[in-house]
Design a protein around this ligand. Structure first.
Ligand code: GTP
Ligand code: MG
Length: 150
């Protein structure tokens, strides 16, 4: 089953949005298969955001993402990569639809609350950076038959 990497950034944690965000993914029907609460080391953050190296906002982005605890997660389910991006909204919160996480809770691009992988390749790469295989728990849920058609 498809998996994506989702992280609640330091602003999302400080803003007390952990429960709200996890509840949205749970209610959608997706399954939380890995989670950790950490202050990321700069090296880890740099690996995560390596595609942005050299851009004007890159060092500030690393300063921000390493500035406090984040909630790193792996969510699993049909279409989860693209659907999570829709649930998250656009990079700029003011351009995000109301109803999305950034659209409902954010204003500034550098305080956009949450990260989600943008493709299958980046999901696999990011999950590998943040989690080992032993930290990911796939499990049967009695709700699976109520979420998915046979
Ligand atoms: P992520 O899920 O965090 O990867 O966001 P994204 O995929 O919507 O955007 P992108 O990967 O292009 O940028 C990564 C992060 O860098 C964004 O979430 C922003 O926090 C930050 N960022 C991107 N563009 C800008 C910018 O123009 N200015 C500033 N200050 N930050 C930016
Ligand atoms: Mg991105």
């Amino acid at each position: 089953m498809e998996r994506t990497f989702i992280a609640i950034k330091p602003d999302g944690v400080q803003r007390k949005l952990i429960g709200e965000i996890i509840a949205r993914f749970e209610k959608k029907g997706y399954k939380l298969v890995a989670m950790k609460y950490i202050v990321p080391k700069r090296e880890l953050a740099a690996k995560h955001y390596e595609e942005h190296k050299g851009k004007g906002f890159y060092e500030g982005l690393l300063d921000f993402i390493t500035s406090g605890p984040i909630v790193a997660m792996v969510w699993q389910g049909k279409g989860v990569i693209a659907t999570a991006r829709k649930m998250i909204g656009q990079t700029k919160p003011l351009e995000s639809e109301c109803g999305s996480i950034r659209g409902d809770f954010g204003i500034e691009v550098g305080r956009n609350i949450i990260h989600g992988s943008d493709s299958l390749d980046s999901a696999e790469r990011e999950i590998g950076i943040w989690f080992s295989e032993e930290e990911i728990f796939d499990y049967e849920s009695s709700l699976d038959n109520w979420v998915y058609e046979k």
